[in-house]
Design a protein around this ligand. Structure first.
Ligand SMILES: C[S@@+](CC[C@H](N)C(=O)[O-])C[C@H]1O[C@@H](n2cnc3c(N)ncnc32)[C@H](O)[C@@H]1O
Length: 502
Protein backbone atom coordinates (compact mmCIF):
# COMPACT_ATOMS: atom_id res chain seq x y z
CA UNK A 1 0.00 0.00 0.00
CA UNK A 2 1.32 3.43 -0.86
CA UNK A 3 1.15 6.35 1.52
CA UNK A 4 1.51 9.17 -0.98
CA UNK A 5 -1.89 9.50 -2.68
CA UNK A 6 -4.18 10.13 0.27
CA UNK A 7 -3.95 13.92 0.43
CA UNK A 8 -2.61 13.61 3.97
CA UNK A 9 -5.00 10.83 5.06
CA UNK A 10 -3.31 7.66 6.36
CA UNK A 11 -3.38 5.10 3.54
CA UNK A 12 -0.58 2.68 4.38
CA UNK A 13 -2.43 0.71 7.05
CA UNK A 14 -6.02 -0.56 7.16
CA UNK A 15 -8.55 0.73 9.65
CA UNK A 16 -10.37 -1.55 12.08
CA UNK A 17 -13.77 -2.92 11.04
CA UNK A 18 -16.66 -1.64 13.15
CA UNK A 19 -20.45 -1.48 13.34
CA UNK A 20 -21.98 1.67 14.83
CA UNK A 21 -25.62 1.66 15.76
CA UNK A 22 -25.82 5.46 15.39
CA UNK A 23 -25.60 4.92 11.64
CA UNK A 24 -28.80 2.87 11.60
CA UNK A 25 -31.63 4.57 9.65
CA UNK A 26 -34.03 3.47 12.38
CA UNK A 27 -32.12 5.32 15.09
CA UNK A 28 -31.82 8.41 12.86
CA UNK A 29 -35.55 8.44 12.13
CA UNK A 30 -36.43 7.79 15.76
CA UNK A 31 -34.28 10.73 16.81
CA UNK A 32 -36.04 13.00 14.31
CA UNK A 33 -39.45 11.91 15.59
CA UNK A 34 -38.39 12.47 19.20
CA UNK A 35 -37.48 16.02 18.16
CA UNK A 36 -40.85 16.44 16.44
CA UNK A 37 -39.38 16.48 12.93
CA UNK A 38 -41.24 14.78 10.08
CA UNK A 39 -39.49 11.80 8.47
CA UNK A 40 -40.33 9.23 5.84
CA UNK A 41 -39.93 6.27 8.14
CA UNK A 42 -37.32 3.73 7.01
CA UNK A 43 -39.42 0.91 8.53
CA UNK A 44 -42.10 1.79 5.95
CA UNK A 45 -39.66 1.89 3.04
CA UNK A 46 -38.90 -1.55 1.60
CA UNK A 47 -36.67 -0.08 -1.15
CA UNK A 48 -34.60 2.49 0.72
CA UNK A 49 -31.25 3.63 -0.73
CA UNK A 50 -28.54 4.08 1.91
CA UNK A 51 -25.33 5.83 0.93
CA UNK A 52 -22.30 5.61 3.19
CA UNK A 53 -19.38 7.99 2.72
CA UNK A 54 -15.97 6.77 3.95
CA UNK A 55 -17.40 3.30 4.61
CA UNK A 56 -14.00 1.77 5.45
CA UNK A 57 -14.12 -2.04 5.47
CA UNK A 58 -17.86 -2.05 4.98
CA UNK A 59 -19.26 -3.74 8.07
CA UNK A 60 -22.05 -1.21 8.66
CA UNK A 61 -23.04 -1.24 4.98
CA UNK A 62 -23.09 -5.05 4.89
CA UNK A 63 -25.13 -5.34 8.10
CA UNK A 64 -27.80 -3.01 6.71
CA UNK A 65 -27.83 -4.86 3.38
CA UNK A 66 -28.11 -8.25 5.12
CA UNK A 67 -30.87 -7.10 7.45
CA UNK A 68 -32.90 -5.38 4.71
CA UNK A 69 -32.98 -7.51 1.56
CA UNK A 70 -35.01 -4.92 -0.40
CA UNK A 71 -32.74 -1.99 0.40
CA UNK A 72 -29.97 -0.83 -1.82
CA UNK A 73 -26.76 0.06 0.02
CA UNK A 74 -23.81 1.91 -1.52
CA UNK A 75 -20.50 2.39 0.28
CA UNK A 76 -17.76 4.73 -0.96
CA UNK A 77 -14.16 4.80 0.23
CA UNK A 78 -10.92 5.75 -1.44
CA UNK A 79 -8.77 3.07 0.15
CA UNK A 80 -8.54 0.11 -2.25
CA UNK A 81 -7.63 -2.37 0.47
CA UNK A 82 -10.71 -1.38 2.50
CA UNK A 83 -13.00 -1.58 -0.54
CA UNK A 84 -11.59 -4.97 -1.52
CA UNK A 85 -12.13 -6.26 2.01
CA UNK A 86 -15.68 -4.91 2.11
CA UNK A 87 -16.47 -6.61 -1.21
CA UNK A 88 -15.07 -9.91 0.07
CA UNK A 89 -17.33 -9.79 3.13
CA UNK A 90 -20.37 -9.03 0.93
CA UNK A 91 -19.47 -11.86 -1.47
CA UNK A 92 -18.90 -14.39 1.29
CA UNK A 93 -22.26 -13.48 2.80
CA UNK A 94 -23.96 -13.68 -0.62
CA UNK A 95 -25.23 -10.08 -0.46
CA UNK A 96 -26.42 -8.81 -3.82
CA UNK A 97 -27.83 -5.47 -2.63
CA UNK A 98 -24.63 -3.72 -1.52
CA UNK A 99 -22.09 -2.07 -3.81
CA UNK A 100 -18.72 -0.69 -2.81
CA UNK A 101 -17.20 2.06 -4.93
CA UNK A 102 -13.51 2.97 -4.75
CA UNK A 103 -13.49 6.74 -5.20
CA UNK A 104 -12.09 9.93 -3.74
CA UNK A 105 -14.88 11.99 -2.18
CA UNK A 106 -13.11 15.22 -3.06
CA UNK A 107 -14.21 14.85 -6.72
CA UNK A 108 -16.62 11.89 -6.83
CA UNK A 109 -19.70 14.14 -7.10
CA UNK A 110 -18.61 15.23 -10.58
CA UNK A 111 -18.19 11.69 -11.99
CA UNK A 112 -20.47 9.69 -14.28
CA UNK A 113 -20.57 7.00 -11.58
CA UNK A 114 -22.06 9.50 -9.14
CA UNK A 115 -24.55 10.70 -11.74
CA UNK A 116 -25.70 7.11 -12.23
CA UNK A 117 -26.42 6.55 -8.52
CA UNK A 118 -30.09 6.77 -7.55
CA UNK A 119 -31.16 9.43 -5.04
CA UNK A 120 -30.33 8.45 -1.48
CA UNK A 121 -32.89 8.35 1.33
CA UNK A 122 -30.17 8.28 3.98
CA UNK A 123 -26.52 9.35 3.87
CA UNK A 124 -24.11 8.49 6.67
CA UNK A 125 -20.50 9.57 7.15
CA UNK A 126 -19.10 8.16 10.37
CA UNK A 127 -15.59 9.10 11.43
CA UNK A 128 -14.77 11.00 8.24
CA UNK A 129 -15.62 14.73 8.46
CA UNK A 130 -13.00 15.91 10.97
CA UNK A 131 -10.37 13.47 9.69
CA UNK A 132 -10.16 14.79 6.12
CA UNK A 133 -9.21 18.11 4.53
CA UNK A 134 -11.35 20.97 3.26
CA UNK A 135 -11.41 19.67 -0.35
CA UNK A 136 -12.87 16.31 0.76
CA UNK A 137 -15.47 17.97 3.01
CA UNK A 138 -16.47 20.27 0.14
CA UNK A 139 -16.78 17.23 -2.17
CA UNK A 140 -18.99 15.50 0.39
CA UNK A 141 -21.29 18.52 0.54
CA UNK A 142 -21.57 18.61 -3.27
CA UNK A 143 -22.35 14.89 -3.35
CA UNK A 144 -25.03 15.23 -0.69
CA UNK A 145 -26.44 18.27 -2.49
CA UNK A 146 -26.72 16.20 -5.66
CA UNK A 147 -27.87 12.88 -4.23
CA UNK A 148 -29.78 13.20 -0.94
CA UNK A 149 -33.45 13.49 -1.77
CA UNK A 150 -35.74 16.15 -0.32
CA UNK A 151 -36.81 14.95 3.12
CA UNK A 152 -33.79 12.62 3.29
CA UNK A 153 -31.62 12.27 6.39
CA UNK A 154 -27.87 12.73 6.78
CA UNK A 155 -25.82 11.43 9.70
CA UNK A 156 -22.36 12.89 10.22
CA UNK A 157 -20.07 12.22 13.15
CA UNK A 158 -17.00 14.29 13.96
CA UNK A 159 -14.61 15.28 16.70
CA UNK A 160 -16.08 18.33 18.37
CA UNK A 161 -14.85 21.57 19.81
CA UNK A 162 -14.41 22.84 22.43
CA UNK A 163 -13.88 19.38 24.03
CA UNK A 164 -11.08 18.40 21.63
CA UNK A 165 -9.19 21.66 22.00
CA UNK A 166 -6.44 20.12 24.14
CA UNK A 167 -6.23 17.09 21.86
CA UNK A 168 -5.19 19.39 18.99
CA UNK A 169 -1.80 19.84 20.62
CA UNK A 170 -1.56 16.15 21.54
CA UNK A 171 -2.29 15.06 17.98
CA UNK A 172 0.26 17.51 16.55
CA UNK A 173 2.91 16.28 18.96
CA UNK A 174 2.18 12.60 18.33
CA UNK A 175 2.17 13.06 14.55
CA UNK A 176 5.27 15.24 14.33
CA UNK A 177 7.30 13.08 16.71
CA UNK A 178 6.16 9.87 15.00
CA UNK A 179 7.00 11.14 11.52
CA UNK A 180 10.54 11.93 12.60
CA UNK A 181 11.15 8.55 14.18
CA UNK A 182 9.62 5.97 11.84
CA UNK A 183 8.29 5.21 8.36
CA UNK A 184 4.95 3.39 8.17
CA UNK A 185 2.08 5.10 9.97
CA UNK A 186 1.45 2.27 12.45
CA UNK A 187 5.11 2.52 13.52
CA UNK A 188 4.95 6.30 13.48
CA UNK A 189 1.98 6.39 15.78
CA UNK A 190 3.56 3.95 18.22
CA UNK A 191 6.71 6.09 18.28
CA UNK A 192 4.66 9.29 18.61
CA UNK A 193 2.56 7.81 21.40
CA UNK A 194 5.70 6.94 23.33
CA UNK A 195 6.88 10.56 23.16
CA UNK A 196 3.46 11.90 24.18
CA UNK A 197 3.18 9.56 27.16
CA UNK A 198 6.77 10.23 28.23
CA UNK A 199 6.17 13.99 28.13
CA UNK A 200 2.91 13.61 30.06
CA UNK A 201 4.73 11.55 32.70
CA UNK A 202 7.39 14.30 32.85
CA UNK A 203 4.66 16.84 33.64
CA UNK A 204 4.27 18.55 30.23
CA UNK A 205 1.63 21.13 31.14
CA UNK A 206 -0.51 20.78 28.07
CA UNK A 207 -0.71 17.00 28.44
CA UNK A 208 -1.89 17.12 32.01
CA UNK A 209 -4.06 20.23 31.95
CA UNK A 210 -7.56 19.28 30.83
CA UNK A 211 -9.73 16.32 31.78
CA UNK A 212 -10.17 15.24 28.14
CA UNK A 213 -6.42 15.10 27.57
CA UNK A 214 -5.75 13.42 30.92
CA UNK A 215 -8.34 10.73 30.05
CA UNK A 216 -6.72 10.32 26.66
CA UNK A 217 -3.31 9.78 28.27
CA UNK A 218 -4.84 6.90 30.24
CA UNK A 219 -6.54 5.34 27.23
CA UNK A 220 -3.75 5.71 24.64
CA UNK A 221 -1.74 2.70 25.76
CA UNK A 222 -4.61 0.26 25.17
CA UNK A 223 -5.84 1.56 21.81
CA UNK A 224 -5.31 -0.75 18.80
CA UNK A 225 -2.51 0.57 16.61
CA UNK A 226 -4.60 0.64 13.40
CA UNK A 227 -7.20 2.77 15.16
CA UNK A 228 -4.53 5.08 16.60
CA UNK A 229 -2.89 5.60 13.22
CA UNK A 230 -6.17 6.60 11.55
CA UNK A 231 -7.09 8.74 14.52
CA UNK A 232 -3.86 10.67 15.06
CA UNK A 233 -1.61 10.47 11.98
CA UNK A 234 -3.83 12.33 9.51
CA UNK A 235 -2.41 15.64 8.35
CA UNK A 236 -5.81 17.31 8.05
CA UNK A 237 -7.43 16.10 11.30
CA UNK A 238 -9.31 19.04 12.70
CA UNK A 239 -12.03 18.98 15.34
CA UNK A 240 -14.96 21.27 14.50
CA UNK A 241 -17.52 23.46 16.18
CA UNK A 242 -21.04 22.24 15.52
CA UNK A 243 -22.06 25.61 14.12
CA UNK A 244 -19.35 25.39 11.44
CA UNK A 245 -20.45 21.90 10.34
CA UNK A 246 -24.07 23.05 10.22
CA UNK A 247 -23.04 26.05 8.11
CA UNK A 248 -21.11 23.81 5.68
CA UNK A 249 -24.03 21.40 5.33
CA UNK A 250 -26.44 24.25 4.77
CA UNK A 251 -24.69 24.29 1.38
CA UNK A 252 -26.59 21.06 0.64
CA UNK A 253 -29.81 22.59 2.04
CA UNK A 254 -29.61 20.51 5.19
CA UNK A 255 -31.21 21.55 8.48
CA UNK A 256 -29.84 20.38 11.82
CA UNK A 257 -32.33 17.97 13.38
CA UNK A 258 -30.75 16.43 16.50
CA UNK A 259 -28.34 13.82 17.75
CA UNK A 260 -28.12 10.14 16.79
CA UNK A 261 -27.33 9.49 20.43
CA UNK A 262 -30.91 9.68 21.58
CA UNK A 263 -30.25 10.83 25.13
CA UNK A 264 -28.47 13.91 23.78
CA UNK A 265 -31.84 15.19 22.60
CA UNK A 266 -33.02 15.58 26.21
CA UNK A 267 -31.49 18.75 27.57
CA UNK A 268 -32.59 18.06 31.16
CA UNK A 269 -30.43 14.94 31.18
CA UNK A 270 -27.40 16.87 29.94
CA UNK A 271 -27.39 20.15 31.84
CA UNK A 272 -27.72 21.17 35.48
CA UNK A 273 -30.63 23.53 36.26
CA UNK A 274 -28.22 26.51 36.30
CA UNK A 275 -26.75 25.56 32.91
CA UNK A 276 -30.24 24.93 31.57
CA UNK A 277 -31.33 28.45 32.52
CA UNK A 278 -28.51 29.91 30.40
CA UNK A 279 -29.27 27.50 27.53
CA UNK A 280 -32.92 28.62 27.61
CA UNK A 281 -31.97 32.28 27.06
CA UNK A 282 -31.50 31.35 23.39
CA UNK A 283 -34.09 30.02 21.04
CA UNK A 284 -31.92 29.01 18.09
CA UNK A 285 -30.67 25.43 18.01
CA UNK A 286 -27.10 26.30 17.00
CA UNK A 287 -26.52 28.54 20.01
CA UNK A 288 -28.15 25.98 22.28
CA UNK A 289 -25.86 23.25 20.94
CA UNK A 290 -22.84 25.47 21.62
CA UNK A 291 -23.96 25.87 25.23
CA UNK A 292 -24.42 22.10 25.54
CA UNK A 293 -21.02 21.33 23.98
CA UNK A 294 -19.40 23.80 26.33
CA UNK A 295 -21.05 22.20 29.37
CA UNK A 296 -20.76 18.47 28.66
CA UNK A 297 -17.46 18.29 26.79
CA UNK A 298 -18.82 16.11 24.00
CA UNK A 299 -15.71 14.82 22.17
CA UNK A 300 -17.56 13.11 19.31
CA UNK A 301 -20.81 14.45 17.92
CA UNK A 302 -23.32 12.35 15.97
CA UNK A 303 -25.32 15.03 14.15
CA UNK A 304 -28.47 14.39 12.16
CA UNK A 305 -29.53 16.74 9.37
CA UNK A 306 -32.67 16.64 7.27
CA UNK A 307 -32.96 18.04 3.79
CA UNK A 308 -35.90 20.31 4.39
CA UNK A 309 -36.93 19.66 8.00
CA UNK A 310 -40.60 20.24 8.80
CA UNK A 311 -42.07 20.21 12.28
CA UNK A 312 -44.87 17.93 13.37
CA UNK A 313 -47.67 18.83 15.75
CA UNK A 314 -47.45 16.98 19.08
CA UNK A 315 -50.38 14.77 18.01
CA UNK A 316 -48.74 13.91 14.67
CA UNK A 317 -45.41 13.25 16.40
CA UNK A 318 -47.05 10.91 18.90
CA UNK A 319 -48.99 9.12 16.18
CA UNK A 320 -45.75 8.47 14.26
CA UNK A 321 -43.68 7.57 17.35
CA UNK A 322 -46.45 5.38 18.74
CA UNK A 323 -46.24 3.08 15.71
CA UNK A 324 -42.53 2.36 16.20
CA UNK A 325 -41.89 -1.10 17.63
CA UNK A 326 -39.13 -1.89 20.10
CA UNK A 327 -37.54 -5.22 21.08
CA UNK A 328 -35.84 -5.83 24.42
CA UNK A 329 -32.04 -6.13 24.04
CA UNK A 330 -31.27 -7.13 27.60
CA UNK A 331 -32.55 -9.72 30.09
CA UNK A 332 -35.57 -8.20 31.91
CA UNK A 333 -33.87 -8.75 35.28
CA UNK A 334 -30.84 -6.75 34.10
CA UNK A 335 -32.85 -3.73 32.94
CA UNK A 336 -31.35 -0.57 34.49
CA UNK A 337 -33.86 1.72 36.16
CA UNK A 338 -31.23 4.22 37.28
CA UNK A 339 -29.53 5.90 34.33
CA UNK A 340 -26.17 7.67 34.41
CA UNK A 341 -26.48 10.93 32.49
CA UNK A 342 -24.13 13.91 32.09
CA UNK A 343 -26.28 15.97 34.48
CA UNK A 344 -26.24 13.18 37.10
CA UNK A 345 -28.23 10.02 37.84
CA UNK A 346 -31.80 9.80 36.62
CA UNK A 347 -34.03 7.34 38.48
CA UNK A 348 -36.92 6.04 36.40
CA UNK A 349 -40.39 5.73 37.83
CA UNK A 350 -40.32 1.94 38.22
CA UNK A 351 -44.08 1.63 38.55
CA UNK A 352 -44.28 3.03 35.02
CA UNK A 353 -41.40 1.18 33.45
CA UNK A 354 -41.53 -2.29 35.04
CA UNK A 355 -44.80 -3.21 33.26
CA UNK A 356 -43.26 -2.10 29.96
CA UNK A 357 -40.17 -4.26 30.48
CA UNK A 358 -42.41 -7.19 31.46
CA UNK A 359 -44.40 -6.79 28.24
CA UNK A 360 -41.24 -6.53 26.12
CA UNK A 361 -40.02 -9.80 27.62
CA UNK A 362 -42.74 -11.52 25.54
CA UNK A 363 -41.77 -9.83 22.27
CA UNK A 364 -41.69 -6.53 20.40
CA UNK A 365 -44.24 -3.87 21.42
CA UNK A 366 -45.15 -0.53 19.88
CA UNK A 367 -44.19 2.60 21.79
CA UNK A 368 -47.89 3.49 22.02
CA UNK A 369 -48.64 0.09 23.62
CA UNK A 370 -45.76 0.53 26.06
CA UNK A 371 -46.90 4.02 27.06
CA UNK A 372 -50.41 2.65 27.66
CA UNK A 373 -48.94 0.26 30.26
CA UNK A 374 -47.57 3.03 32.43
CA UNK A 375 -50.15 2.43 35.14
CA UNK A 376 -52.42 5.43 34.76
CA UNK A 377 -49.65 8.02 35.14
CA UNK A 378 -49.16 9.70 31.80
CA UNK A 379 -45.75 9.13 30.27
CA UNK A 380 -44.72 10.94 27.14
CA UNK A 381 -43.77 8.95 24.06
CA UNK A 382 -40.37 10.60 23.39
CA UNK A 383 -39.39 9.71 26.95
CA UNK A 384 -40.34 6.05 26.46
CA UNK A 385 -38.31 5.98 23.24
CA UNK A 386 -35.32 7.55 24.98
CA UNK A 387 -35.44 5.33 28.08
CA UNK A 388 -35.65 2.16 25.99
CA UNK A 389 -33.68 2.85 22.80
CA UNK A 390 -31.51 5.72 24.06
CA UNK A 391 -29.98 3.42 26.66
CA UNK A 392 -29.76 0.59 24.07
CA UNK A 393 -31.78 -1.63 26.43
CA UNK A 394 -34.23 -1.97 23.55
CA UNK A 395 -33.71 -1.69 19.81
CA UNK A 396 -36.09 -0.60 17.06
CA UNK A 397 -37.80 -3.66 15.56
CA UNK A 398 -38.57 -2.57 12.03
CA UNK A 399 -40.24 -5.92 11.21
CA UNK A 400 -41.62 -7.07 14.56
CA UNK A 401 -43.08 -10.26 13.07
CA UNK A 402 -39.91 -11.40 11.24
CA UNK A 403 -38.11 -14.47 12.52
CA UNK A 404 -34.60 -15.81 12.11
CA UNK A 405 -33.57 -15.87 8.48
CA UNK A 406 -31.15 -17.98 6.41
CA UNK A 407 -29.66 -14.99 4.56
CA UNK A 408 -28.92 -13.18 7.81
CA UNK A 409 -27.46 -16.38 9.32
CA UNK A 410 -25.09 -16.63 6.37
CA UNK A 411 -23.98 -13.05 6.97
CA UNK A 412 -23.45 -13.58 10.72
CA UNK A 413 -21.41 -16.69 9.94
CA UNK A 414 -19.24 -14.69 7.52
CA UNK A 415 -18.62 -12.08 10.24
CA UNK A 416 -17.76 -14.81 12.74
CA UNK A 417 -15.31 -16.40 10.30
CA UNK A 418 -13.66 -13.18 9.16
CA UNK A 419 -13.61 -10.99 12.26
CA UNK A 420 -13.86 -13.04 15.45
CA UNK A 421 -10.53 -13.97 17.00
CA UNK A 422 -10.40 -16.71 19.65
CA UNK A 423 -7.67 -14.74 21.42
CA UNK A 424 -9.94 -11.66 21.64
CA UNK A 425 -13.47 -12.92 22.27
CA UNK A 426 -14.27 -9.70 24.12
CA UNK A 427 -13.66 -7.62 21.00
CA UNK A 428 -16.60 -5.71 19.52
CA UNK A 429 -18.68 -7.39 16.84
CA UNK A 430 -22.25 -7.41 15.53
CA UNK A 431 -25.19 -9.69 14.79
CA UNK A 432 -27.55 -8.73 11.97
CA UNK A 433 -31.29 -9.31 12.35
CA UNK A 434 -34.18 -9.16 9.89
CA UNK A 435 -36.53 -8.28 12.74
CA UNK A 436 -34.38 -5.28 13.67
CA UNK A 437 -33.59 -4.34 10.08
CA UNK A 438 -30.19 -3.50 11.56
CA UNK A 439 -27.48 -4.99 13.71
CA UNK A 440 -27.23 -5.68 17.41
CA UNK A 441 -23.79 -4.76 18.76
CA UNK A 442 -22.18 -7.85 20.31
CA UNK A 443 -18.93 -9.27 21.64
CA UNK A 444 -16.86 -11.64 19.52
CA UNK A 445 -17.87 -14.63 21.67
CA UNK A 446 -21.54 -13.79 21.15
CA UNK A 447 -21.19 -13.58 17.38
CA UNK A 448 -19.39 -16.92 17.40
CA UNK A 449 -22.15 -18.70 19.34
CA UNK A 450 -25.10 -17.08 17.54
CA UNK A 451 -23.52 -17.82 14.15
CA UNK A 452 -23.09 -21.46 15.19
CA UNK A 453 -26.77 -21.69 16.13
CA UNK A 454 -27.61 -20.19 12.75
CA UNK A 455 -25.44 -22.77 10.99
CA UNK A 456 -26.88 -25.82 12.74
CA UNK A 457 -30.31 -24.67 13.82
CA UNK A 458 -29.37 -26.14 17.20
CA UNK A 459 -27.95 -24.68 20.40
CA UNK A 460 -24.36 -25.98 20.64
CA UNK A 461 -23.07 -27.91 23.61
CA UNK A 462 -20.35 -25.56 25.01
CA UNK A 463 -17.90 -28.38 25.78
CA UNK A 464 -18.18 -29.99 22.34
CA UNK A 465 -18.10 -26.59 20.60
CA UNK A 466 -14.97 -25.54 22.52
CA UNK A 467 -13.28 -28.84 21.59
CA UNK A 468 -14.12 -28.29 17.92
CA UNK A 469 -12.76 -24.71 18.03
CA UNK A 470 -9.52 -25.69 19.77
CA UNK A 471 -8.49 -29.06 18.33
CA UNK A 472 -5.30 -30.35 19.90
CA UNK A 473 -5.17 -27.63 22.56
CA UNK A 474 -4.61 -28.46 26.24
CA UNK A 475 -7.71 -29.32 28.30
CA UNK A 476 -7.37 -26.15 30.40
CA UNK A 477 -7.70 -23.88 27.33
CA UNK A 478 -10.78 -25.80 26.15
CA UNK A 479 -12.32 -25.68 29.61
CA UNK A 480 -11.86 -21.89 29.72
CA UNK A 481 -13.43 -21.49 26.31
CA UNK A 482 -16.31 -23.83 27.20
CA UNK A 483 -17.00 -21.76 30.32
CA UNK A 484 -17.07 -18.55 28.22
CA UNK A 485 -19.45 -20.11 25.67
CA UNK A 486 -21.72 -21.41 28.43
CA UNK A 487 -21.95 -17.92 29.98
CA UNK A 488 -22.76 -16.41 26.59
CA UNK A 489 -25.59 -18.91 26.06
CA UNK A 490 -26.94 -18.32 29.54
CA UNK A 491 -26.89 -14.52 29.20
CA UNK A 492 -27.84 -14.01 25.56
CA UNK A 493 -29.88 -16.88 24.07
CA UNK A 494 -33.26 -15.53 25.18
CA UNK A 495 -32.22 -12.00 24.13
CA UNK A 496 -31.29 -13.22 20.64
CA UNK A 497 -34.65 -14.96 20.36
CA UNK A 498 -36.42 -11.72 21.24
CA UNK A 499 -34.35 -9.81 18.68
CA UNK A 500 -35.05 -12.41 15.98
CA UNK A 501 -31.35 -13.24 15.63
CA UNK A 502 -31.84 -17.00 16.24
C1 LIG B 1 -11.62 6.91 10.46
S1 LIG B 1 -12.06 5.97 9.06
C2 LIG B 1 -13.79 5.58 9.36
C3 LIG B 1 -14.22 4.39 8.58
C4 LIG B 1 -15.63 3.91 8.88
N1 LIG B 1 -16.63 4.90 8.56
C5 LIG B 1 -15.72 3.51 10.35
O1 LIG B 1 -16.20 4.29 11.14
O2 LIG B 1 -15.26 2.42 10.67
C6 LIG B 1 -12.21 7.20 7.74
C7 LIG B 1 -12.46 6.56 6.39
O3 LIG B 1 -12.54 7.61 5.42
C8 LIG B 1 -11.86 7.19 4.26
N2 LIG B 1 -11.42 8.39 3.50
C9 LIG B 1 -10.53 9.32 3.89
N3 LIG B 1 -10.37 10.25 2.93
C10 LIG B 1 -11.18 9.90 1.91
C11 LIG B 1 -11.45 10.44 0.63
N4 LIG B 1 -10.82 11.53 0.21
N5 LIG B 1 -12.36 9.81 -0.16
C12 LIG B 1 -12.97 8.68 0.25
N6 LIG B 1 -12.75 8.11 1.46
C13 LIG B 1 -11.86 8.71 2.27
C14 LIG B 1 -10.71 6.36 4.77
O4 LIG B 1 -10.18 5.50 3.81
C15 LIG B 1 -11.35 5.63 5.94
O5 LIG B 1 -11.89 4.40 5.57
Amino acid sequence: MSGSWGGGYVTDIEYTRGYFISQSPHILALSCLIGGIAVDAPWDNPALHYLELGCGRGLNACVLAAANPGWRVTGIDFMPAAVADARRLAAEAGLDNVTFIEADLSDFAETAQAAALPEADIVSAHGVWSWVGDAVRAGMVRLVAAKLRAGGIMHVSYNALPAQQGVLATQRLMREAGRRLAERSDRQVVAGREVVLALAAAGGTHLTGTAVVRDLMEELADMPVAYLAHEYMNAAWRPCFHGDVAADLAGARLDFAGSARLIENFVDLLLTPEQRAIHDRFDDMLMRELVIDTCINRTLRHDIYVRGATRLSVAARDAALGRVHLALATAPENFRYVLKMPAGEAALNESQYRPMVAALAYGPCSIAALAALSGGTAVNLPEVAMVMAGTYQALVASRPEAGADARVHRFNQAVARRDVRLENLNGTSVLASLRLGAGCPSRGAETLVAAQIGANGAVPDPVAFAAALLPGEPDAARDDLAATLKTVLHDRLAVWQRLGIV
